[in-house]
Each structure stands twice: as structure tokens, then as C-alpha cells.
Design a protein around this ligand. Structure first.
Ligand code: NAD
Length: 264
């Protein structure tokens, strides 16, 4: 199978470098024939993202900072002009002040709470609304979430609260756009070593803990997240919407570490 996404055009948001989850997803989509448009968060990111995007044959590359509504609108104006329609969206965007990704959730400030929610949660709703206008033949959208949305992960704090709201948004958006044949899902990825991941205090410890205690006894690769994204964005998952799909080596199913692991 090499052309699951042939004839489909999609937007990929959230590539910062070749360790980004969005990059792993982009590669798997391009490998199946998708035509991709990329965004980068301001000119500082452009020099890393441009060559990556070009290596997958992308012709549309636009700056987009989701805090700046004008840049979101400019992005969709450009897509409307370039392509006229859209088949899928990958939203892999999140941010919170590093100084609040440690210590107690209770100490989250009002400013960082609002900013984290805007960038990491509301931006998906804002983008989904604009994308849906271009999805004249139906479509599929995915966002990235993490298990800290439903269970307490030390240091994840306000990001966990934003991911919980993001997961709820997925369900509401799926209900809103379902009648237009537009599907909305989330991938809940296990820890991956990325720029965003490194912002969480004790990230390495968390990474190693999950690796040790997940049923598969390992973390997940970018290719594995990419493969699940391909499923959710292609017709293979035609009957699936409003779901949070775990790609975490099974870590989420455990209520305690296996005794065999604890004894070693
Ligand atoms: P990353 O640092 O490679 O990507 C994060 C992206 O968010 C970057 O491209 C950055 O430019 C973008 N971004 C941040 N603020 C933005 C803004 N205001 N406007 C536009 N873009 C903005 O890290 P990643 O781990 O690949 O993160 C991608 C997604 O995956 C995030 O939603 C993250 O929460 C989620 N996720 C990551 C992990 C992990 O362990 N790394 C696990 C589960 C979910």
C-alpha cells in the first residue's frame, strides 16, 4: 500500500524540527501520496521547517502563530487561494510556561492558564472551524493529547487541564461537523523526546518510568504515531470520530506497575 492518501491535501501544524511528532506524521502521510502544507511558528522556526517541508515536496509553507488571529486567518486565506479545498488537518501545537510545568498545579497563574488554554486547546477549535469551511468533500482532523489529561502526571499541571479540555473539544467538534462528513479525533501519544516534551520537569524520569512500566516495555516511535495518524486521517478509519486513540505502548491500561518489574 503506497497511495492511501493519493489525491488528498492536508495542513500540518506543529513541526519545529525532525524530532517533532508532527514531522513523524507528515512523513507517513507523504509516504502514502498526500500533498502537504506546513506552518511554522514565526521566522525563527522557518529555517528548520522549510528544508524539511521541501524534502516532502511541499509547496505551501506559511507562518502561523495561533496567538495571533490575523496569522490564522492569513493561513486559511492562502489555503483557499492555493488549493480551494482541504481534506485533512494535523494539529500538533501546545505551549505552557516552563516555570509552571513543575511543582504544584495549584500555583498556576491566571495569565499562564489562559495562554496555555488558548494555544494548546482553543487553537484547535479555531482551526477546525476554518478548515471545515474548506472540507467540501468531508475530511478528517486530528490533534495530539497526552494521558495527563485524565490522570495526574506530576509536573504536567496546567497542560493536563488544557489537554482534558482539548479532548472534550474533540468530542464537541466531532458532533458539530459529523453531519458534513468531517471526522475529528485525537492521538494520545506516550512520551516522545521533543522540544515541547523537554519543557516538563523531570521529563527524562517520566520517559524512563513509562518505558519500564508500559505493557510493551518501551516508548513509541515517531513512525508508530505516524502510522496511527495515517489510519485516522485516511478512509481506513471512515467510521471513527470523536475518539481519543492511545499510542502509548499500552501504558494507560495499567493501574499499577507489574510486580515482575517492581521486583527487578
Ligand atoms: P514540538 O516542540 O516538536 O512541537 C510543538 C509545536 O508547537 C512546535 O512546532 C511549536 O512551534 C508549536 N507551537 C507552540 N506554540 C505555538 C503557537 N503559539 N503558534 C503556533 N505553533 C505553536 O513537540 P511535540 O512533542 O512534537 O508536540 C506536538 C504535540 O504533541 C503537542 O500538542 C504536545 O502536547 C503533544 N504531545 C507530546 C508528547 C511528547 O511526549 N512529546 C506526548 C503526547 C502529546
Amino acid at each position: 500500500m503506497h497511495d492511501l492518501m493519493k489525491g488528498k491535501r492536508g495542513l500540518v501544524m506543529g513541526v519545529a524540527n525532525d524530532h517533532s511528532i508532527a514531522w513523524g506524521i507528515a512523513k507517513s502521510l507523504a509516504g502514502q501520496g498526500a500533498e502537504l502544507a506546513f506552518t511554522y511558528q514565526g521566522e525563527a522556526m522557518a529555517k528548520r521547517v522549510r528544508p524539511l517541508a521541501e524534502s516532502l515536496g511541499a509547496k505551501v509553507m506559511m507562518p502561523c502563530d495561533v496567538e495571533d488571529l490575523a496569522s490564522v486567518d492569513a493561513l486559511f486565506d492562502a489555503l483557499r487561494k492555493e488549493w480551494g479545498s482541504l481534506d485533512f488537518v494535523v494539529h500538533a501545537v501546545a505551549f505552557s510556561d516552563k516555570s509552571e510545568l513543575k511543582g504544584r498545579y495549584a500555583d498556576t497563574t491566571r495569565d499562564n492558564f489562559s495562554r496555555t488554554m488558548l494555544i494548546s486547546c482553543f487553537s484547535f477549535t479555531e482551526i477546525a472551524k476554518r478548515a471545515a469551511e474548506l472540507m467540501t468533500n468531508g475530511g478528517s482532523l486530528i490533534t495530539l493529547t497526552y494521558g495527563g489529561a485524565t490522570r495526574v502526571m506530576p509536573n504536567y499541571n496546567v497542560m493536563g487541564v488544557a489537554k482534558a479540555a482539548l479532548e472534550a473539544s474533540v468530542r464537541y467538534l466531532a458532533a458539530d461537523f459529523g453531519p458534513q462528513g468531517i471526522r475529528v479525533n485525537a492521538i494520545s501519544a506516550g512520551p516522545v523526546r521533543t522540544l515541547a516534551g523537554a519543557g516538563i520537569a523531570d521529563a527524562r524520569l517520566m520517559f524512563n518510568y513509562q518505558k519500564r512500566h508500559a505493557p510493551l516495555r518501551r516508548t513509541v516511535s515517531l513512525e508508530e504515531v505516524g502510522g496511527s495518524a495515517l489510519y485516522l486521517l485516511s478512509e481506513l478509519s471512515g467510521g471513527v470520530t470523536g475518539e481519543v486513540h492511545f499510542v502509548d505502548s499500552g501504558y494507560n491500561i495499567m493501574s499499577m506497575p507489574h510486580p515482575d518489574v517492581l521486583k527487578t
